[in-house]
Design a protein around this ligand. Structure first.
Ligand SMILES: NC(=O)c1ccc[n+]([C@@H]2O[C@H](COP(=O)([O-])OP(=O)(O)OC[C@H]3O[C@@H](n4cnc5c(N)ncnc54)[C@H](O)[C@@H]3O)[C@@H](O)[C@H]2O)c1
Ligand SMILES: [Zn+2]
Length: 352
């Protein structure tokens, strides 16, 4: 078991159960409620229950999926918290992927001005990315994550064995964030990830720990995304636009699938604007296209994509903001690119 400290809380990775039980005894919570969806109930709940000694545990179950990361589901969760008579000394355990973690943390932090919560992420994306860094929230209207707050959990417990039941497409989606972490901050991790061919054979613990250490270092340096935390946006300016457009189509994409395409386009921009060697761009494109199906982009949609980028909350003012690479393991923030150049990068993706 590995313990990584991030400011006021610890992240445990591996055989987490002793530490989890220790925390539950130490804080002597008045009530413990576990937030789940149907998949984390089916695949993860019995492991949690058989490895912990929680008396009188309550469950709140919500339907899975991003579409339910909404104020309506929050209403349901808060209602359940009241029905189950949670007081301010209660604990919420978020057992599930990023949707459960973001929304469960949001509901806990706002209920009675805030009750403690812990994250037990059960998807690769939530284990390497969303469960750490303190961002909580829900989608509102058409805008993802537009209502929320920064608040740290009491602790994060990462049990990589939960990934055994995760559909391979979801594994691949989370893997994109690991590629991003390597590309922006650690060349060795990027080199190691490039050797991954078969997700079934990966020793996840050995890859998750260095990946989340990168996120930890970045959020520790800049918890409220004033500067260096923007490095984590690599691949996401174009990736989010591709994801949003695909959501409205017949072929929606998982977040990581769109980000993988976005990383190729933004690596192309990095060659133009930040001296990334062309050979590195070729290697990034080659590996990503070996791992991910090519997203079908049409030139006719470029202006819609660029409009979506303009509306992105990452921008300040009118310019479209990018994090760009200078070499594998090194990125810099606050680059702006004009629309013509962005369109060129999308064309590169189509033809590569
Ligand atoms: N807070 C942050 O900093 C941050 C960062 C990145 C992403 N996010 C958010 O994370 C969310 C995406 O997270 P996600 O990819 O985990 O999606 P998700 O929570 O929707 O989980 C994906 C699917 O896997 C299922 N599942 C979960 N664990 C499983 C398991 N062990 N076995 C089988 N199925 C399982 C879920 O029920 C769901 O159907 C988005 O809402 C995104 O905005 C937040
Ligand atoms: Zn992401």
């Amino acid at each position: 078991m590995e313990k990584i400290s991030l400011g006021e809380y610890d992240i445990f990775v591996g055989d987490i159960w002793k530490s989890l039980n220790g925390l539950l005894i130490e804080f002597n919570y008045s009530k413990i409620v576990v937030l789940i969806d149907e998949n984390s109930r089916h695949h993860c709940l019995s492991t949690l229950l058989s490895n912990t000694d929680i008396e009188n545990l309550k469950l709140i179950e919500i339907p899975s999926g991003e579409i339910h990361k909404s104020i309506d589901t929050c209403n349901f969760i808060w209602e359940q918290m009241i029905n189950k008579q949670l007081d301010r000394n209660a604990l919420v355990i978020n057992l599930g992927g990023g949707v459960i973690g973001d929304m469960g943390g949001f509901c806990a932090s706002t209920f009675k001005r805030g009750v403690d919560f812990i994250q037990i992420p059960t998807t690769l994306l939530s284990q390497v990315d969303s469960s750490i860094g303190g961002k909580l929230g829900i989608d509102f209207g058409d805008v993802k994550n537009s209502i929320g707050l920064f608040k740290n959990p009491k602790a994060v417990f990462i049990y990589p064995d939960f990934l055994k039941t995760l559909p391979i497409a979801e594994v691949r989606s989370g893997f994109a964030e690991m590629i991003k972490h390597g590309l922006i901050a650690d060349r060795e991790i990027w080199e190691e990830l490039k050797t991954v061919e078969d997700f079934e054979k990966v020793n996840w613990t050995s890859l998750i720990v260095p990946s989340l250490k990168i996120k930890k270092q970045i959020v520790e340096a800049d918890p409220f995304e004033k500067n260096v935390r923007k490095k984590l946006n690599f691949g996401h300016t174009i990736g989010h636009a591709i994801e949003s457009l695909a959501l409205k189509s017949e072929k929606p994409l998982l977040h990581g699938e769109a980000v993988a395409a976005g990383m190729i386009c933004e690596a192309w921009l990095s060659v133009k604007k930040n001296n990334l060697p062309k050979t590195t761009l070729n290697k990034i494109a080659e590996f990503i296209l070996k791992t991910y199906d090519k997203v079908s982009l049409k030139e006719a949609t470029f202006s819609d994509l660029i409009d979506l980028m303009k509306n992105d909350k990452k921008n300040e003012g009118a310019a479209i903001n990018f994090t760009l690479l200078s070499q594998p393991g090194e990125a810099s923030i606050n680059h702006t690119c004009d629309e013509e150049m962005i369109a060129e990068s999308l064309k590169y993706y189509i033809h590569v």
